[in-house]
Design a protein around this ligand. Structure first.
Ligand SMILES: [Mn+2]
Length: 224
């Protein structure tokens, strides 16, 4: 082996051993949203980071809703902090709906001009006997199709009809087209959970920056 070849192999080894730089998800500023929303009915603070690890600090005053938002963060890998003080002495309606509005607004703010995102995603989310399909287009065009029915009116003290209220408020304020359909299922807790997890998993894909987009907005119109 000549000295020159030996040197070349040595250099290659050093290059291989050097810790590789991990590519940043965005290559740009951190995609985050911060919304405070106060009405006579609720007082809400939401902070989120899209490219997070699913860290959650949730306190809505509604046990079942906390459970849903906690798993939403975990499965979307969005870092989410949400505090709600609402008029739950009446019922949970205002708190759930307004949390959906604030979360949607924070997500929209975090997305900015939607540069480089995958935009579309669909997920079949299985949970025991339940199967829910969630399809989204992060389009800037708010739309909700919600074909999920509950046999029970309550999950603990939580009104099952509020699941739809949350999805409606979220889709309208995030500016996404959101289709949710429970293909089959019996247990109300499973059905609600499959909807929230399905949304989380779909967002995780659709909001991700696609390196092949090369920093473009994924639309032939050039804007979303
Ligand atoms: Mn559960």
């Amino acid at each position: 082996m000549t000295e020159r070849v030996g040197k070349r192999i040595g250099l290659r080894l050093i290059r291989l051993l050097k810790p590789r730089k991990i590519p940043q998800a965005t290559g740009a500023a951190m995609r985050s949203g911060d919304v405070k929303r106060r009405t006579n009915e609720t007082d809400i603070a939401v902070k989120l980071v899209l490219d997070g690890t699913g860290k959650a600090e949730i306190a809505t005053g509604i046990g079942f809703f906390d459970h849903m938002l906690d798993l939403f963060a975990r499965h979307s890998l969005i870092d989410l902090s949400i505090g709600v003080k609402g008029d739950t002495h009446i019922d949970d309606h205002h708190s759930v709906e307004d949390a959906g509005i604030a979360l949607g607004e924070a997500l929209k703010a975090a997305l900015g001009d939607k540069t480089g995102i995958r935009r579309y995603a669909d997920v079949h989310l299985a949970m025991d006997e339940t199967l829910t399909r969630v399809a989204i287009d992060v389009s800037g065009r708010p739309f909700l199709v919600f074909r999920t029915q509950f046999r029970a009116e309550k999950i603990g003290t939580f009104d099952t009809e509020l699941v739809r209220e949350f999805f409606q408020a979220f889709a309208m304020n995030a500016g996404i087209t959101l289709h949710v359909e429970t293909l089959y299922g019996d247990n109300a807790h499973h059905i609600a959970e499959s909807c929230f997890k399905g949304l989380a998993r779909a967002l995780r894909i659709a909001l991700e920056v696609d390196p092949r987009e090369g920093g473009r907005v994924p639309s032939t119109k050039g804007a979303l």
